[in-house]
Design a binder for this molecule. Structure first.
Ligand SMILES: Cc1ncc(COP(=O)(O)O)c(C=O)c1O
Length: 369
């Protein structure tokens, strides 16, 4: 029998918590405070407690979170920021928008995160920061990254957009460096009903900078002390996120269980699946596998009603917008190779075992063809 399995189904999650969400929204509507106000403050405090940081500042999106973070640590035109070419473009565009220079480092083929071993050689006098991305729900190699940063006087900004709740050596993503940047885009592990983001930090000075920059550079009403932007988390989104935060550990755990099932069903194939270490250390924003005939598999699964995605088909150094940086094909062979083989399968907490069985059966049939 043919099934239809989407890559993510946000409606299943909403059905489970609909009455709580309705109540949260109606309370904000009754309060009449739609910008900032108590719902945002409450959510920021809850995030501080959950992540284990002193400060968190809501903002309009994950992209804004990254931009605010870079501005808060004083990234200026010409500064170099070391990052990965294997990520969503937002991680890099914010560096370029500030007229700073993204410097790419190839990735680790096992984790798909920046290869920390290679960072040292890329540090120059102009390097100001390292921006690792905790891709697909797994933290980058933060001990090595922080130690290189410390030895060279650099700041570290974590792109945690895909890793709310992920842990590294007992600490949460977002508490592992100078600044953590989260997205609440509707497909993320902790997601809003629209755009949203948050920035986390322990330093009082960075937090103060973040608040001022996010609010038109205002230190007090109608007195800008620097050039800022307008980036705020809506009260309605914050109230809904407070409801959802209570469930994040349960949902992340369901993702991990789904990843275990995928691994179990795919165990006797040639497919490269997430490793035992990934299973322990990831919150599986995506469950990605590698196969030689990736495009053929995608097409076949689609014909069987299964939606898959390619994260990411073109490494950033080869995309038109970043050609000006002068990188060429072959510069980051691990990234380029993985971009040709990777495919992400349906992954969300409410995905059922019969769906995983159906998907993996179809994958096995394809491999035998
Ligand atoms: C790694 C990464 N960084 C940044 C972002 C940007 O977040 P947003 O879409 O909320 O601006 C996303 C997701 O969209 C992402 O996956």
């Amino acid at each position: 029998m043919k099934m239809k399995v989407p890559i993510i189904d946000v409606k299943r999650q909403l059905n489970d918590i609909k009455s709580e969400i309705d109540l949260a929204v109606s309370e904000v509507l009754k309060s009449g405070q739609f910008i900032l106000g108590p719902a945002v403050k409450k959510f920021e405090n809850e995030v501080c407690k959950y992540i284990g940081v002193s400060h968190s500042i809501g903002c309009a999106s994950g992209t804004d979170a990254l931009m605010l973070a870079l501005m808060s640590i004083g990234i200026n035109p010409g500064d170099e920021v070391i990052t990965t070419p294997f990520t969503f473009v937002a991680s890099v565009e914010v560096i370029a928008l500030l007229y700073a220079k993204p410097v790419f480092i190839d990735i680790d083929p096992k984790t798909y995160n920046i290869d920390a071993e290679k960072i040292k050689n890329a540090v120059t006098e102009k390097t100001k920061a390292i921006l690792p991305v905790h891709l697909f729900g797994r933290c980058a190699d933060m001990d090595k990254i922080n130690s290189i940063a410390k030895n060279n006087g650099l700041k570290v900004i974590e792109d945690c957009a895909q890793s709310f709740g992920a842990e590294y050596k007992g600490k949460k993503a977002g508490a592992l460096s100078d600044v953590g940047c989260f997205s609440f885009y509707p497909t993320k592990n902790l997601n809003a009903f629209g755009d949203g983001g948050i920035v986390t930090a322990n330093s009082d000075e960075i937090a103060e900078n973040l608040k001022i920059i996010a609010s038109h550079g205002l230190k007090e009403k109608y007195n800008s002390i620097r050039i800022g932007v307008n980036s705020r988390l809506d009260s309605i989104q914050a109230a809904c996120l407070s409801v959802k935060l209570k469930y994040i550990d349960k949902w992340n755990n369901q993702r991990v269980q789904n990843a275990k099932l995928y691994n179990q069903y795919l165990k006797d194939t040639d497919i490269i699946t997430p490793s035992e270490n990934d299973i322990k250390n990831s919150v599986f924003h995506q469950y990605s596998i590698r196969v030689k005939n990736r495009d053929g598999l995608k097409k076949y699964l689609s014909s069987k009603g299964i939606t898959t995605m390619i994260y990411y088909p073109i490494p950033l150094h080869l995309q038109d917008a970043y050609k000006y940086m002068g990188y060429n094909e072959g510069d980051f062979p691990v990234t380029e190779n993985i971009s040709n083989e990777i495919i992400s399968l349906p992954m969300f907490p409410e995905l059922r075992e019969d769906e995983i069985k159906y998907i993996t059966d179809k994958i096995k049939t394809f491999l035998k063809k």
